[in-house]
Design a protein around this ligand. Structure first.
Ligand code: DOR
Ligand code: ZN
Length: 341
């Protein structure tokens, strides 16, 4: 492997927001250009709660694909307090969805239909444990009494540890980890717990949100944390360890919905996510671990084969677009030093 080019198995994105309608059409090509499979978040409005709605959404995604692209959307179910165990199990058996997503109610964008108390979905979670269906977790408490920057750490103690004790066979992905506490928690847990890490949380800490003024395009949930947390994430991602894998959490919102009185949470990284991960791995002298993180650990956890195709990244400067339609991409206007060949 020369230091100016790296060829890896085609990567997958295990956490992405593809949206719907015109936004879907605008953002999907950027994700499909790079990733072979993606785990599609179900927080549409209304949310994807039924097998029928997941099937219909998958069809809209496939219809929006550029022609000739080999790309598989892996759908997820949005868990509510009314979710029936049979519906979840049926969608999994019929291969309509690969996992179910837990949004604590009101923790983030379109989570109002989420779960107020995880004990209310015990029956669904027990069924998922039985059939080996992964639970994807937005790991933040929504309790307004808890400091925003502590919400992930408190979730580990209050919700995740007790859940794992009740359902030790349940396979869980702690999504978009942002803290050293979460990294340690995942490392110390058994093989049924894994985590995704975004590109942006490897690049920014919470200072970046306020650098020279308020930076709405760096606001996402969970919000970026301290520098020590960012460094822990970089160590985890670049370790090659099987419990950590790529999930961009690319979450586009129109600029007008970010730059306003009550701006939406979400960072749109899809146009350059892989190039940004490559830069981080290069900075950490760990390009040899990029394939494990981007292309191997995820499919192993989801019990799927790795992709057969390969992609090549080459060293070379190029600028991130200022705008992609109505959306401002992560690191807009900045120069990256890796590009997809
Ligand atoms: O920043 C975020 N944006 N975090 C989430 O959990 C949801 C996402 C979105 O859908 O915009
Ligand atoms: Zn997300």
């Amino acid at each position: 492997m020369s230091s100016d080019a790296i060829t890896i198995r085609r990567p997958d994105d295990w956490h992405v927001h593809l949206r719907d309608g015109d936004m879907l059409k605008a953002v999907l090509p950027y994700t499909a250009r790079v990733f072979g499979r993606v785990v599609v978040m179900p927080n549409l409005s209304p949310p994807v709660t039924t097998v029928a709605s997941a099937l219909a959404y998958r069809e809209r995604i496939v219809a929006a694909l550029p022609t000739g692209v080999n790309f598989t959307p892996l759908m997820t179910a949005y868990l509510t307090e009314a979710t029936a165990p049979d519906e979840i199990a049926r969608g999994f058996a019929d291969k309509v969805w690969v996992a179910a997503k837990l949004y604590p109610a009101n923790a983030t964008t379109n989570s109002a239909h989420g779960v107020t108390d995880i004990r209310k979905i015990d029956a669904v979670l027990a069924r998922m444990a039985e059939i080996g269906m992964p639970l994807l977790v937005h790991g933040e408490v929504a309790d307004p009494a808890v400091d925003v920057f502590d919400r992930e750490a408190v979730f580990l103690e209050r919700v995740l540890a007790p859940l794992m004790a009740r359902q030790p066979a349940l396979r869980i992905v702690l999504e978009h980890v942002t803290t050293r506490a979460a990294v340690t928690f995942v490392e110390e847990a058994g093989p049924n717990l894994a985590a995704t890490i975004t590109a942006h949380h490897l690049v920014i800490n919470r200072n970046a949100l306020f650098q020279d003024g308020l930076r709405p395009h760096l606001y996402c949930l969970p919000v970026a944390k301290r520098e020590a947390d960012r460094l822990a994430l970089r160590r985890a991602a670049t370790s090659g360890g099987a419990k950590f894998f790529l999930g961009t959490d690319s979450a586009p919102h129109p600029v007008k919905d970010k730059e306003c009185d009550c701006g939406c949470a979400g960072i749109f990284s899809a146009p350059n996510a892989l190039e940004i991960y490559a830069r981080v791995f290069d900075e950490e002298n760990a390009l040899d671990k990029l394939e494990a993180f981007a292309s191997v650990n995820g499919p192993h956890f989801y019990r799927m084969p790795v992709n057969r195709e390969t992609i090549t990244l080459t060293r070379g400067e190029h600028a991130v677009a200022r705008d992609v339609g109505s959306v401002r991409p992560f690191l807009a206007g900045e120069t990256l030093n890796w590009r997809l060949a």
